[in-house]
Write a protein that binds this ligand. Structure first.
Ligand code: GUN
Ligand code: FE
Length: 447
């Protein structure tokens, strides 16, 4: 199959490639076989041949192709409270709203209804890959796996492990460290042997919620499991001053250093938030090759700090963006991109007294712009997850979003004078869900 499209992607952070009238050949496995640009050898031949053989799809004028969005931090069960319950600090929010909501996923009918709507809504929002926290429940988490496979979303899914009797309520926690570990192993087996998952589009994730919610025995066992199975790991790391301080008090070393000690910091680990990482922590994350899910909207409510994104990028850390449904009020990845730009500028303005002073002392700018934000929601997320997604490049999965700038549905307004970079800038800052005309995962239309 061949697609002719005006496309954008960002292989390097900060560098945008405008691929005008690119010819993209997609193999039977949904991976990109070749991308040819006008003027390159074979372009005209390939175009004419595909047209003659009726294998060519031309994107309509005013439509632009982007790599699908990669959301590196989503709590699937929290979807019913998206945009609500944002009035209290993290530790209160968890106990008052979030644990009671997540406990309801013992009810499979409820789980099926919420998860079905979530996956549909995220796909039609252009999120082709999501890294999900589910709940502690085996059956409901399997249902999320089934729904992602059925609806065609690329997904990385974890059964949440949380067994700490003091920090988790009686009505919502793993019964023991063994339950947390064996429940995780059971989900890994379920995903690995699922008859509908031949392509490995859904992957299992070892998911200790965060250190405060887990006993040492659970963290040790999950670390051993990570070494044994090599699969992804996700957790919250140094999210708020409270969470950061709790780990320091419990172990006398930082959250990042503690996760590393438990064997939970690997190339396939994603640390959500990571707001309070110091220089030494960042060096450790770099050495392990772990990724960070930067969640700018959620951080505004729960972090009491701003993530030093520019510094992390300059250190060469793998960074993606996350909506943190429902810690942030939006599940739409362009909102996360806008949030990342906004808070990078607020950090420079001095709004975060401690962090801003430190950043200013280094003399460097803390800003990112739409180019970097676009990279982070696509290729950056793919790199953080260690998956071949987020770029229009041979060998990468054809996961893509088609943006319709002609529909008068709010969002983007083009005046016909814009160059490629300006069009993408308008998409990053202005796109609404209504501008998303079509979505593909592995070459298959999913929305
Ligand atoms: N820390 C532990 N659990 C959670 C959660 O569900 N959301 C956020 N934002 N932080 C957490
Ligand atoms: Fe979170």
């Amino acid at each position: 199959r061949m697609l002719l499209a005006d496309a954008f992607h960002a292989p390097e952070c900060g560098a945008l490639e405008v691929l005008a009238q690119a010819l993209i050949e997609i193999g039977g496995d949904g991976h990109i076989v070749r991308l040819t640009r006008p003027g390159e050898a074979g372009y005209t031949d390939a175009l004419e041949r595909a047209e003659g053989e009726d294998r060519l799809t031309r994107m309509p004028p005013g439509h632009y192709l982007l790599p699908g969005f990669v959301d590196t931090h989503v709590h699937a069960p929290q979807y019913p409270q998206l945009g609500a319950a944002l009035d209290v600090p993290l530790e209160v929010w968890l106990q008052r709203y979030t644990f009671p909501l997540e406990a309801r996923y013992a009810d499979l009918a409820f789980a099926g209804e919420v998860y079905g709507r979530l996956v549909d809504d995220l796909l039609s929002s252009g999120t082709t890959t999501a890294l999900y926290f589910a709940t502690i429940h085996q059956e409901a988490t399997r249902l999320l796996v089934d729904l992602c496979l059925e609806k065609g979303q690329r997904a990385l899914i974890g059964k949440v492990a949380m067994d700490h009797p003091e920090n988790c309520p009686d009505f919502y926690r793993d019964a023991s460290p063994e339950a947390a570990i064996e429940g995780t192993r059971a989900l890994i087996d379920y995903i690995g042997t699922h008859p509908g998952n031949g392509e490995g589009r859904v992957l299992p994730v070892i998911t200790p919620r965060f250190i405060p919610a887990c006993t040492d025995a659970a963290l040790e066992g999950l670390g051993r499991l990570a070494a044994e199975c090599g699969c992804h790991v996700q957790t919250h790391c140094s999210e708020s001053d409270w969470a950061h301080g709790y780990v320091l008090a419990r172990y006398g070393i930082s959250d990042a250093a503690s996760l590393d000690r438990f064997g939970l910091m690997t190339r396939r680990t994603i640390l959500a938030h990571a707001n309070f990482l110091d220089e030494e922590d960042m060096d450790r994350v770099k050495a392990r090759g772990s990724g960070i899910a930067h969640c700018p909207l959620s951080n505004a409510y729960f972090a009491d700090s701003i993530f030093p994104l520019r510094r992390a990028l300059e250190k060469g850390l793998h960074v993606g963006l996350g909506t943190d449904i429902s810690g942030g009020p939006s599940g739409f990845m362009p909102e996360a991109a806008r949030g990342a730009v906004l808070v990078s500028r607020i950090l420079e303005s001095g709004a975060d007294p401690v962090r801003s002073r430190a950043e200013r002392a280094s003399g460097a700018s803390t800003r990112i712009d739409f180019r970097e934000a676009f990279h982070l929601v696509t290729a950056g997320g793919g790199q953080a997850l260690d998956l071949p997604i987020g770029l229009f490049r041979p060998g990468y999965a054809f996961d893509a979003v088609l943006i319709d700038t002609t529909a008068d549905k709010g969002g983007i307004r083009l005046f016909g004078e814009e160059d490629g970079e300006t069009i993408l800038q308008k998409i990053v800052y202005g796109a609404a869900r209504a501008n998303i005309a079509r979505v593909w995962v592995d070459g298959l239309a999913v929305a």
